[in-house]
Design a protein around this ligand. Structure first.
Ligand code: DQA
Length: 145
């Protein structure tokens, strides 16, 4: 099972700055992830929270059942050492994804404190960032088996 995690403010997708994040709602994005996961024969468990600690608790609670993490950490990307430590602590392969291209925006967004501990960072491809991230995890898990 793969944990699919969406960080702060992603619950507002669809109405939140559509010129940057697009018009798809989070439930539509989750639906598209489910379709892709089925094709890849992966089970997924979705979670969105605006609270850093709740995301960390979710990772801890699911650490024994999960095989990997697909996460859009949203703004936590840029400063959350606590989230970074949680991902390192559970030692699950993780892919960091972003809808927008974080390299082409404000300077504070260029830095990810998570990138180093993730298999990869996929950014700027809208919902495809998630779908590619899931493919990458599937390939990684396939190789590991
Ligand atoms: C984001 C990019 C982050 O910088 C921002 O804080 C978000 C969304 C993205 O998906 O493009 O909330 O992770």
């Amino acid at each position: 099972m793969i944990l699919v995690i969406h960080g702060p403010n992603l619950n507002l997708l669809g109405e939140r700055e559509p010129q940057i994040y697009g018009t798809l709602t989070l439930s539509k994005i989750d639906e598209m992830i489910d379709t892709k996961a089925e094709r890849l024969k992966l089970q997924v468990k979705h979670f969105q929270s605006n609270h850093e600690g709740d995301i960390i608790d979710f990772i801890h609670e699911n650490r024994h059942d999960a095989k990997g993490i697909l996460i859009n950490p949203a703004a936590l990307t840029h400063y959350s050492y606590a989230l970074r430590d949680a991902i390192s602590a559970v030692a699950l392969p993780c892919v960091e994804v972003h809808l927008s291209d974080i390299q082409e925006r404000e300077p504070f967004r260029k830095r990810s404190v998570l990138k180093e501990i993730c298999l990869d960072q996929i950014s700027g491809e809208g919902v495809n960032s998630y779908l590619k991230g899931l493919e990458l995890l599937a390939g990684h898990l396939g190789d590991a088996d």
